[in-house]
Write a protein that binds this ligand. Sequence first.
Ligand code: DP6
Length: 330
Amino acid sequence: MAPDHTAVAHPNIALVKYWGKRDEKLVIPNVDSLSMTLDVFPTVTTVRVTPGEPTDTVTFDGATAEGEQRLRITEFLDLVRKTAGRPERATVDTRNAVPTGAGLASSASGFAALAVAAAAAYGLDLDPTALSRLARRGSASAARSIFGDFAILYARRGDAADADLNSYAEPVPVPDFDPALVIAVVNAGPKAVSSRTAMRRTVETSPLYWPWARAGTTDLADMRAALNRGDLDAVGEIAERNAFGMHATMLAARPAVRYLSPATVAVLDGVLRLRADGVPAYATMDAGPNVKVLCHPADAARVAATMGEAAPGCTVVIARRGPGAALRSG
Ligand code: DP6
């Protein structure tokens, strides 16, 4: 029997967001994005090549995967098989510590772990840059979870004829900045509109999309400088304006895409109260109602308490910088 290859990856939260693709088949973003990989909510994925089996077997949190979920994984395995020149099917067992599809970046940790485990199982010897390209094909944000701490995903860097080669992630060294990111899970259920559908609709119909995308160039340059200075207030302000701008593009789509719920807004009001009380705290939201708040580690417990009071019943988790995707030995 072929050996098991198990990889662990963590979600990342973008401080300068990716939203919208210029190539849907190759999963190439329109804009560069920059994120922090977390130390919570890991995905653990095991891949084993199964010679002689007619189909892939995919298990998700202990249950057989079906429909769209299964298709995304088998199509990803097809890409790995094509690259490796090996036709065998595989078994994939994936376990998420985070609710799937709730805007908590499970596709990022999921496809980062799958890329690392599947590449190993099929004998592909890929460096981290190549692994980030591979993970991107599953979900663009997954490219950034190949790396720990802070990472950038380039939409287009270089002029290779093969567009796939020009979009990859790389680490952003940030020696003196170690913030907390407090996550309020206000609704762990799957989202109403998938990010894939929502971003397509936004690019096609929102008059605010390209102005936001263009502003992202400034946001990214400002963000790099703020990270280098270890300036939490500047990092937070840039992350907040970039995230609110992204949600504005969605609200202006036709029909509108609205991920923010009353509980989201209640938590955002809590963030404003913290700031009024002199606690530096800044919010970001992705394709779901959950809120992530950047703050100094010393303020994290107070921030968490405020978020919990603002949205009673929500789960609050304090995250820090986390590791890149890696094979688990043994
Ligand atoms: C709002 O990476 O989940 O979290 O590439 O279609 O799989 P696909 O989308 P995905 O989108 C993430 C969008 C975001 C912002 C970000 O992480 O940069």
